[in-house]
Design a binder for this molecule. Structure first.
Ligand code: CAA
Ligand code: NAD
Length: 283
């Protein structure tokens, strides 16, 4: 199946990035969020990323204008009616995603693929919210999307080979390297990554070392590009907590039990870089 038009649901840090790489791949893009302020904020960030590329000589002003020209803002899910692929990137919450998938299943044309950028939720369970589980798939981009090469691809129980192949090809067109894994809570990426981040948050809770030291130890000692505390702030502490909870309940294993400090930060609204404060202060 040929993908021509892509709708991205959610203009947050992931949705905006997915809209950018989709437009860069030459697809027509609809960027949706629940209100126009959020859509405009997402598109402004794409504009900023592309301007940085122009300043660095990576692309021309004309190319930037062409990419931006392919992105249409939207606050109506009805705009999925003529799309070939919908990529959902809203909050990591099954009940909220369920409502959106039910709506998208009603609106999107019969041939359309419904993909989710979920970090941890079972693809099979999301697919079961629709009458087209064979056309639902996990398309898990990494943050920041324009930079990171990986797309982790996860098939639900019913996902067809053709849908898998189409998504693999679309990912390559977006300049990414697709790597598949099975449909388990947290997939491969977050089963490994979030256990490390959570351990750093337990260390912080126990006063083993300040956040700066934890990060420096992992950066200087393990050559990580950023430490686990800064990375948790980049991902968003609400998202980190949601992923850990999915794995904690999904496996029933205490190794995924979220640090109490992580819960407290989320309760305080200290969600990380996206709000200007998390483990570190960004204001
Ligand atoms: N958007 C677009 N481009 C960005 C960016 C952003 N938010 N942040 C950085 N960049 C670009 C810069 O413009 C720069 O581009 P050039 O190479 O063209 O100059 C490049 O990335 C490197 O940036 P910097 O020199 O400013 O900084 P850096 O070298 O420290 O790199 C980083 C920044 C790429 C974020 C790097 O620190 C890194 O790789 N961190 C780890 C990121 C990571 O692990 N991501 C996965 C998170 S987990 C996930 O996504 C899955 C999940 O489900 C939670
Ligand atoms: P975010 O909080 O930055 O953005 C979420 C956006 O979705 C918001 O703008 C919100 O308004 C919007 N949205 C649209 N429809 C919505 C609805 N019906 N209900 C609630 N919100 C709605 O989140 P994010 O970091 O972009 O994460 C989005 C998804 O991508 C999550 O499933 C997350 O697990 C996944 N993900 C996140 C990362 C990361 O590093 N942050 C990496 C990979 C995958």
């Amino acid at each position: 199946m040929e993908i021509k038009k892509v709708m991205v649901i959610g203009a947050g840090q992931m949705g905006g990035g997915i809209a950018q790489v989709s437009a860069q791949a030459g697809f027509d893009v609809v960027q949706y969020d629940i209100n126009m302020d959020l859509v405009n904020k997402g598109i402004a960030l794409i504009n900023k990323n592309l301007s940085r590329d122009v300043e660095k000589g990576k692309r021309t002003e004309a190319e930037k204008a062409e990419i931006l020209g392919r992105i249409k803002p939207s606050v109506s899910l009805e705009d999925a009616a003529d799309c070939d692929l919908v990529v959902e990137a809203i909050v990591e919450n099954f009940d909220i995603k369920k409502k959106v998938f039910e709506e998208l299943d009603r609106i999107a044309p019969a041939h359309a693929i419904l993909a989710t950028n979920t970090s941890s939720l079972p693809i099979t369970q999301i697919a079961a919210c629709t009458k087209r589980p064979q056309q639902v798939i996990g398309m898990h981009f990494m943050n920041p999307v324009p930079v990171m090469k990986l797309v982790e691809i996860i098939r639900g129980l019913a996902t067809t080979d053709e849908v898998y192949k189409t998504i693999e090809e679309a990912s390559i067109k977006m300049g990414k390297v697709p790597v598949w894994c099975k449909d388990v809570p947290g997939f491969v990426s977050n089963r490994v990554l979030q256990v490390m981040i959570n351990e750093a948050l337990w260390e912080l809770y126990e006063g083993v070392a300040p956040a700066e030291n934890i990060d420096n130890i992992m950066k200087l000692g393990m050559n990580h590009p950023m430490g686990p505390c800064a990375l948790a702030d980049l991902i968003g502490l609400d998202t980190v907590l949601a992923i850990l909870n999915v794995m904690y309940t999904g496996y029933g294993d205490p190794k995924y039990r979220p640090s109490p400090l992580l819960k407290q930060y989320v309760q305080a609204g200290w969600l990380g870089r996206k709000v200007g404060k998390g483990i570190f202060d960004y204001k």
